[in-house]
Ligand binder design. Sequence first.
Ligand code: URA
Length: 244
Amino acid sequence: MVKTERLDKYIASRGLSTRSEVKLMLKRGEVTVNGKVVSDPALKVADDDMVTVNGKRISSSRYTYIMLNKPRGVVSASNDKRDKTVVDILPDELKRKNFFPAGRLDKDTTGFCLVTDDGDFAHSILSPARHVTKTYIARLSQPIDYEKAKKGFSDGVVLADGTVLLSAVLALLEDSDKPVFKVVIKEGKYHQIKRMFASFGATVIELDRVAIGGLPLDATLDRGEARLITENELKAIVENDERF
Ligand code: URA
């Protein structure tokens, strides 16, 4: 692999630090490349070099991927004149100007929002052609005919405007006067889940995204909390996805 990138730039772009912070880390002897302590910020490194800071390996990806547990009332956009966005509420150490959410959750939807600066990756997990699943938990205003809805979701719901959706999986989790369902879809049309249940006569009163592909939302993240996604987790989105 060609060694093209300066060490200070490599760490800064992958570790969410500024280049001057990285220079200090280098001076303090906190950085190793392939096991050796190094101090030269101009040293050239490649993606397959093992770079550590304080013993922790720096991700070889130049992009950043964040798992946010989106609370209600926050819009999934990079900036907004009126409302707080998913980027606004990231903790300072994770915040960057060029971040955006990979896909849209409604303002009142909670759960797994993936925030990144990697446009190609966002496109690849959102493209309906790729069929990366999104899993939601939905509470409804009233019961529906479960067997009929299950078959309808599986066959492909036809929305009120005539749009024909891809096959989706419906499972009843709580049978009550406000029943709770798990729904797995593989595309992301505007208000899709709400419109799917509307075609069976019910209103969604709570909607929570619990997984993107094979990666579940980290149960230890409270609403509003965020953390970096590891390289293995990123791979799991596609590799552990249960296709249907
Ligand atoms: N479907 C919806 O209706 N809303 C969301 O936020 C996500 C999926």
